[in-house]
Design a protein around this ligand. Structure first.
Ligand code: AP5
Length: 201
């Protein structure tokens, strides 16, 4: 199972990724967590990432790719992953999905966690994780999502890999809805594979 969760800040990616990872017995790989770990440890990548994160901007693609590439590849080789927050731009998606080396660890399903903007703001203000949950920075993170991450949804929709979930519902209902849709996509992929002539498989 190789699943990517995509959604605005506060849409519940981390919350659902933990539950899905436990359900499928695969690692939860969070780009935000790994980046915060690097900033806390003072690594070169963390040093470069810090100012972008504090402003609510995206960290440069190369830095994120350097940090995420190996954990994603390792997890894919060992049964799959739930990705939370990477890729999150068209360029990152192209790198992760289309790189010839990446074919074996590319995602098989992408879940768009849809939550109205005012609910996202409410959740983030209630949580107040750190400097990036300041009201002005939240506003900017929402703009960055609209401008740089939403276009990535079209990329995955054209590939037939996108699932839409109403993530404004209670946590348990959102998990059930994601699992139901993933089961449907898995069944369809199994049918496709069974119907494909042997020399294409
Ligand atoms: P990241 O850590 O990924 O932050 P984010 O995308 O802004 O998302 P959050 O972690 O704030 O929210 P979430 O969707 O995980 O929701 P959560 O489950 O926590 O990234 C941080 C920064 O790192 C970025 O701004 C960027 O600078 C950088 N970065 C990361 N990835 C990058 C990349 N690929 N490229 C470049 N830069 C990158 O839930 C939020 C709150 O809501 C919690 O309190 C939770 O309890 C509550 N909640 C969750 N679900 C529900 C529900 N159904 N009902 C009610 N409350 C709920």
């Amino acid at each position: 199972m190789r699943v990517l969760l995509v959604g605005g800040p506060g849409s519940g990616k981390g919350t659902q990724a933990k539950r899905l990872a436990a359900h499928f017995g695969v690692p939860h790989i969070s780009s935000g967590y790994l980046l915060r770990d690097h900033t806390a440890s003072g690594s070169a990548e963390g040093h470069e990432a810090r100012e972008h994160m504090e402003r609510g901007d995206l960290v440069p693609d190369e830095v994120v790719q350097d940090i995420l590439r190996e954990p994603v590849r390792r997890a894919a080789e060992n049964g799959g992953y739930i990705l939370d927050g990477y890729p999150r731009t068209v360029r990152q998606a192209e790198f992760a999905q289309l790189d010839p080396d990446g074919a074996d660890f590319a995602v098989t399903a992408v879940v768009h966690m849809n939550v109205p903007r005012d609910e996202l703001v409410r959740r983030l203000l209630a949580r107040a994780r750190g400097v990036d949950d300041d009201p002005a920075v939240i506003e900017h993170r929402l703009e960055v999502f609209d401008e740089l991450t939403k276009p990535m949804l079209d990329f995955f929709e054209k590939r037939g890999e996108l699932l839409e979930v109403d993530a404004a519902q209670p946590v348990e209902t959102v998990t059930e809805s994601i699992l139901e849709q993933l089961q449907r996509i898995e069944a369809a992929q199994r049918t496709d594979a069974a119907e494909r002539p042997h020399d294409e498989a």
